[in-house]
Design a protein around this ligand. Structure first.
Ligand code: GLN
Length: 527
């Protein structure tokens, strides 16, 4: 059981970067020698994020152990450099499921099962079972949300049980700036602190998010009204680069302030390097979730961590309708086709692939993107016009992508895909082999139901072995497990498709080699 706890709550608005604050604090403390673990609490009733629409909730992040998590776990992995697992995320769905299962088994025999104490005890037990010396708990949503209250109550109770001096509550809020009157408005933050106090939690630190630097008088005011010492009120204003945040927090001495409060010894210092200048290359990410970049978060961050400008999301449905893909893709130096599900926008993505293949534009296809590269190749190079995935056309005469055998029996949609990390063989004399530094085995993370139908179409693929020359015209299989993991073309600057998700493994300072290679191929082409 952890000895010390930092609880990060959010106020006023969602989406103000609470996850980044929690991840940055975790990294700062890890580098100061503390054994930090994290727990993201999501108050929704889903068991995990696997069935949620990325437009509403951002991407689904997949951990090594095959858990479909909230995108915040991605921030945690990238910032802390540590791999997360299903233990690092707790949803209300999991909590209630467990309580109800226990009730049916008779574990509460005789009692009326209630939110307090049974549900709160379930939450506390999960928190107690975490490893690490210090646990950073981020509570999703905004204080005042009905769903979040039981979690706040549970951490409040736990802080009484384990000693309040072992708990540091950080409230992250947003202070808007009113242009008309030329002032920052602290009232929403004051009120959100009041909401927190009403539940019995008194914040020990306030992280004040603003769009531009706030005036000291507003911070004085917040300190007074919130009852938080002035040195524990910290202003984090917008930066173009979120990877600056650990450094900013360090400049504010946040690690020292935390250590003093929690009575911990620090050793070592922030060892953090991230790209600060960006190669001006333009990458189009042809996708269908357009509301927010969060839907493709890990891909976008992976490119950014390679020191290149973030990709721009292009609407695959508009591309599908257009007779001239060039209209959308002109001016881009590279293309990424991300993962996805369902038929919408598929033909637009295929058009982008044809364009990239014919015009020698570097292109990376991930999961669905790779499957579409295979389909495009069979349609336009092999000449099977109706080639498709059975996901989109169950009756296609050329099912080059087909549902996995074991998936045919699956009835439930939640948590039943091929998920998580598994070994693959990287085949020699391929571009992929070079990208990975000529190693022949690596674990990668997966999330799919369909795969290349290699058995029925093997004549059209080329499986390299150590001494053979790659044929010019075949689709080269560059990695295999019990299915095709990656494909590429020889006579193209970069035509690479991967069934796995490299984006989930990028860390700050260590972007996944597939992205580094894409950026390099683009740069070389531009020379
Ligand atoms: N829909 C495809 C499948 O299930 C691709 C999934 C994905 O891109 N993550 O195989």
């Amino acid at each position: 059981m952890p000895k010390k706890f930092i609880v990060v709550t959010g106020g006023v608005l969602s989406g103000i970067g609470k996850g980044i604050v929690a991840a940055s604090i975790s990294r700062l403390l890890i580098d100061c020698g503390i054994d930090v673990n994290v727990l993201k609490i999501d108050p929704y009733l889903n068991m995990d994020a696997g069935t949620m629409n990325p437009n509403q909730h951002g991407e689904v992040f997949v951990t090594d152990d095959g858990y479909e998590a909230d995108l915040d776990l991605g921030h945690y992995e990238r910032f802390t450099g540590k791999n997360m697992s299903r233990k690092n995320n707790l949803t209300a769905g999991q909590v209630y499921y467990s309580v109800i299962t226990k009730e049916r088994k008779g574990e509460y025999l005789g009692s009326t099962v209630q939110v307090v104490p049974h549900v709160t005890e379930e939450i506390k037990e999960r928190i107690r079972s975490m490893e690490g010396e210090l646990l950073v708990i981020e509570i999703g949503g905004t204080v005042g949300d009905i769903e979040g209250e039981v979690f706040l109550e549970a951490v409040r109770e736990l802080s009484l049980e384990l000693g309040q001096s072992n708990f540091l509550f950080i409230h992250t809020t947003f202070v808007p700036y009113l242009r008309t009157t030329n002032e920052f408005k602290t009232k929403p933050t004051q009120q959100s602190v009041q909401l927190l106090r009403r539940i019995g939690i008194h914040p020990n630190m306030i992280v004040v998010r603003t769009e531009s630097p706030i005036d000291p008088a507003s911070l004085d005011k917040l300190s007074l009204f919130a009852g938080v010492p002035r040195n524990m009120v910290i202003n984090l204003y917008d930066t173009n680069n979120v990877y600056e945040i650990p450094e900013v927090l360090k400049e504010y001495d946040v690690h020292q302030k935390i250590a003093r409060f929690l009575n911990m010894e620090l050793s070592g210092k922030l060892n953090w390097s991230y790209p600060k200048v960006f190669k001006p290359i333009k990458i189009a990410l042809v996708g269908k979730y357009l509301g927010t970049d969060d839907a493709y978060k890990s891909i976008i961050e992976s490119i950014f961590l390679c020191g290149a400008e973030k990709p721009r999301v292009i609407d695959s449905e508009l591309l599908e309708e257009s007779s001239d893909p060039e209209e959308f893709l002109r001016g881009f130096d590279g293309i990424i086709i991300p993962g996805g599900f369902g038929k919408r926008g598929i033909e637009g993505k295929i058009k982008a692939i044809t364009y990239a293949r014919e015009k020698n534009i570097p292109i990376l296809g991930i999961c669905l993107g790779m499957q579409l590269m295979v389909i495009e190749y069979f349609r336009n190079v092999v000449g099977f016009e109706k080639a498709n995935s059975t996901e989109f056309d169950p009756d296609t005469p050329y099912p080059v992508i087909d549902i996995m055998e074991e998936q045919k029996k699956v009835l439930n949609l939640g948590g039943t895909m091929r998920l998580g990390s598994q070994d693959m063989r990287i085949l020699p004399n391929t571009k992929l082999w070079n990208m990975y530094g000529e190693i022949s085995e690596e674990k990668e993370r997966h999330r799919h139901r369909y795969e290349v139908n290699y058995d029925d179409f093997k004549d059209y693929f080329f499986l390299p072995s150590v001494n053979s020359e790659n044929p010019e015209s075949k689709l080269i299989v560059s990695a295999m497990s019990d299915f095709v993991e990656a494909i590429e073309l020889k006579n193209h600057p970069f035509f690479v498709g991967v069934q796995f998700h490299p984006e989930y493994k990028s860390k700050v300072g260590r972007p996944h080699p597939v992205f580094t290679a894409l950026v390099k191929a683009i740069e070389e082409k531009l020379k």
